[in-house]
Design a protein around this ligand. Structure first.
Ligand SMILES: [Zn+2]
Length: 101
């Protein structure tokens, strides 16, 4: 079961990728900020895993709202929230234009 969200979103005010994920230069490397926050506050991200936003806000950096998961978890979460497939279209329709996902 997902734990209840305990805090409001903390929005990243720095740079953003075109997909609205916050990023910053950390130790000379460009990194997605929610992944950095996860590693700092929660621990190492398991190999091959994504850091997901349980609040569905891409530029949120509240460690309480971050969870490691795989692509399937991510997809299922989004489908629960967006049953009309908006997310699916946005992700696969744009990112993989011309290619089957
Ligand atoms: Zn949040």
């Amino acid at each position: 079961m997902r734990r209840p969200l305990s805090d409001e979103c903390i929005l990243w005010t720095g740079k953003h990728t075109p997909q609205d994920y916050g990023y910053a230069s950390v130790d000379g490397e460009c990194k997605l900020i929610h992944r950095v926050m996860y590693e700092v506050f929660i621990g190492p991200i398991p190999e091959g895993m994504l850091v997901r936003h349980t609040c569905d806000v891409r530029n949120c950096v509240n460690p309480e709202h971050l969870a490691a998961g795989d692509y399937y978890d991510n997809w299922r979460d989004h489908m629960e929230r967006h049953p009309c497939m908006e997310w699916f279209r946005e992700t696969y329709g744009e990112a993989h234009k011309g290619n089957a996902p």
